[in-house]
Each structure stands twice: as C-alpha cells, then as structure tokens.
Design a protein around this ligand. Structure first.
Ligand code: HMG
Ligand code: MG
Length: 298
C-alpha cells in the first residue's frame, strides 16, 4: 500500500544552488529560505559548509544560516564535509549536520578529494562532534544507482558504505541518484535488497531528474513503503563534480503528483509556487520544473 503521508525534504538552497554559476545574493537566498519556511515544509537544507573554493556559490554559508528566520518546527540542515566544516556549521548553529560520500571510489575522490577508506575517519569525527552538540546527523551516499566515471554500481557497495555510516551513528540515510540514471525497475530491485540489511524507516531517497525518471522512481519506492524524498524547488540542482548531474527532482512536481494521489505532505501549493517564482526572479533563467513551465506560460 502507498504511504498516507510523505515527508519532502527541500534541498534547493543547497543542492539546487551549488551548481549555479551566476552568483545569487546572500539576501536573496535568505529571503528565499524564509519563503520556503512558510510553505509547510518541515525540513530545509539551507547551505553547505564545504570549501568555498570548491563551491563558491555557497561561500556565504554562515551569513545565510545566521540571517534566516527560524521556525521552531522546521529542521534547518547543512552539508558538512570535515571538521573545519563542522566548526563553521556549529558557529552558524544549524539544526542538523549532513555528511556525504560516494559509493564509487572515483566520484568520491573527485568530489571530496579522498579515497573511500580515507573518508570514513573524517566523517566519523564530524558525526561524533555533531552528536556531542546534540545535533542530529544525516548521511548521504552518492552515486548509488550509477557513477559518471565507473558506470554501474553494485548494491553491495552501497550497503557497505551505508552500514558504515549507520555504525558511526547517523540518524537518517539519504540514498542519492547523483546523476539521475536510475529507472523504476532498478530502484525496486535495489530497495528490495537494501532493506534486508538496513533500517528502511531511516532511509530517504534523493533522486535527480536528469533523464526524466525521478517521479517514477519515487512511485516505486512508495509502493515498497518508503516515504521520505529529497527534492529541490523548480528542479534546480546538480553536483558540479559529477558531469551531467543537472536537476534535482522538482519539489513542485513531486508535490503535484502526491497531492493528486491524496497523499498528505502538509505543503501549501500557492506558497510553494510563490517561493519558486521568487527564486526564479533572481536568476537569469526560467526554472525547469513542469509546474513552473506551466506557470511561466501564464
Ligand atoms: P581538500 O583540498 O582536500 O581539503 O578538500 P584539505 O582538508 O586538504 O584542506 C585544505 C585547505 O582547505 C585548508 O586550509 C583547510 O582549512 C581548508 P589551509 O590550511 O590550506 O589554509 N578547508 C576548509 N575551509 C572551509 N570549509 C571547509 C574546509 N575544509 C578544508 N569545510 C574538501 C576537501 C572535502 C574540503 C573539498 O573537497 C570540498 O569542499 N568538497 C565539496 C564538494 C561538494 O560540495 N560537492 C557537492 C556536494 S555532494 C552532492 O551534491 C551529492 C548530494 O546531493 C547527494 C547526491 O545527489 O548523490 C549530497
Ligand atoms: Mg544531489
């Protein structure tokens, strides 16, 4: 049976913006996040405390995190790659810390400059440090359904990385289709095997829509009982260290499908589209989601 309620975790201010070459002003990011806070979303990934040279768009992470108005029932999360990032994230007092690594050796190296083995102790230090400050921790495993450098990924490799992250003490795992290659049958086979080894109620799915399969992948995951999905408003997004990793699943498209199916999300459609129109007005392009294309046609 399909879930009655789905939690949408908005990653637009982080995953959505990190691939944008035109700089968005800090105050516009803050205003956008404040609008997102009024939509009914319960979780917003607001920025990332990675090295500013690696992701210059998010170099203003501390200012953004300190500048937004926090709603008390919303979790404001941020990406953290290492101890230095954790120090910055704690200074900015985000609610949740997200560590990240890849299931494939080559994407891990391209993205965070380390082998998988070298990454574990770095992330463990972050997880323990965050826990010490009573922060919840999310762990991402990227390239779970395919790697831009290595192609197919064995689900056993994803399970291995995921288990190690759970052993460190993460509260939730997000499984990433970083370059948007997954298809529904693959997702079905993957999740069926995956949940034999890991706590499925602590797993979110993070689909990119590069090839148009993200909503279909969500449907298959929901049929298996998964009820937490990451998405970015307007379909913004991508990982600059994975060629072709454009476009997260669009929050507005996911919302449209779930709402039509009678699945509760607590999101207000008008406010969601207002927030999308706002960030679109600050960019030199129109947003690519289906809902925004319809809206833009008037
Ligand atoms: P590195 O160059 O190997 O870092 O980068 P290092 O540890 O050797 O340090 C070098 C210098 O950088 C030092 O300064 C550090 O202090 C400084 P120095 O002593 O030379 O003056 N430094 C920092 N400064 C500020 N903040 C920091 C930080 N860390 C070191 N956090 C590093 C390693 C991990 C930092 C780098 O590779 C990096 O920032 N990578 C991030 C890449 C990224 O953000 N990719 C996109 C996010 S992942 C994604 O999109 C996938 C996801 O959406 C899920 C999916 O779709 O699958 C999550
Ligand atoms: Mg992503």
């Amino acid at each position: 049976a399909l879930p009655k309620h789905v939690t949408i975790k908005e990653v637009g201010p982080r995953d959505g913006l990190q691939n944008e070459s035109d700089m968005i002003r800090t105050e516009d990011k803050i205003d956008w996040i404040n609008l997102l806070s009024q939509t009914g979303l319960s979780y917003i990934e607001i920025t990332s405390f990675v090295h500013p040279k690696w992701i210059s768009q998010l170099a203003d992470a501390i200012e953004v995190a300190k500048g937004i108005e926090r709603e008390k029932d919303i979790t404001y999360a941020a990406l953290v790659p290492n101890k230095k990032g954790l120090e910055r994230a704690l200074e900015a007092n985000v609610d949740e810390i997200s560590v990240f690594m890849s299931a494939s050796e080559s994407h891990n190296r391209k993205n965070i400059n380390k082998s998988i083995e070298e990454t574990y102790p770095v992330l463990e230090e972050v997880v323990l440090g965050a826990k010490k400050q009573q922060k919840s921790v999310r762990g991402y495993v990227s390239t779970a359904f395919g790697c831009p450098y290595e192609g197919d990924i064995d689900v056993k490799d994803v399970i291995q990385v995921s288990k190690t992250l759970f052993d460190m003490g993460i509260d939730e795992l997000s499984i990433g289709d970083t370059i948007g290659v997954a298809n529904p049958l693959q997702v079905q086979h993957f999740l069926t095997e995956f949940r034999e080894h890991l706590p499925e109620q602590k797993v979110a799915l993070h689909f990119h829509d590069t090839r148009g399969t993200a909503l279909a992948n969500c449907l298959v995951a929901m049929e298996l009982g998964f009820d937490t999905f990451d998405s970015a408003l307007g379909g913004l997004g991508g990982c600059p260290y994975a060629k072709g990793a454009s476009g997260n699943l669009a929050t507005d498209d996911l919302f449209y499908m779930l709402n039509g199916m009678g699945i509760e999300t607590n999101i207000d459609r008008e406010k969601l589209l207002q927030a999308a129109s706002f960030i679109q007005s600050k960019m030199k392009k129109s947003l690519s989601s289906h809902q925004m294309q319809i809206l833009n046609q008037g």
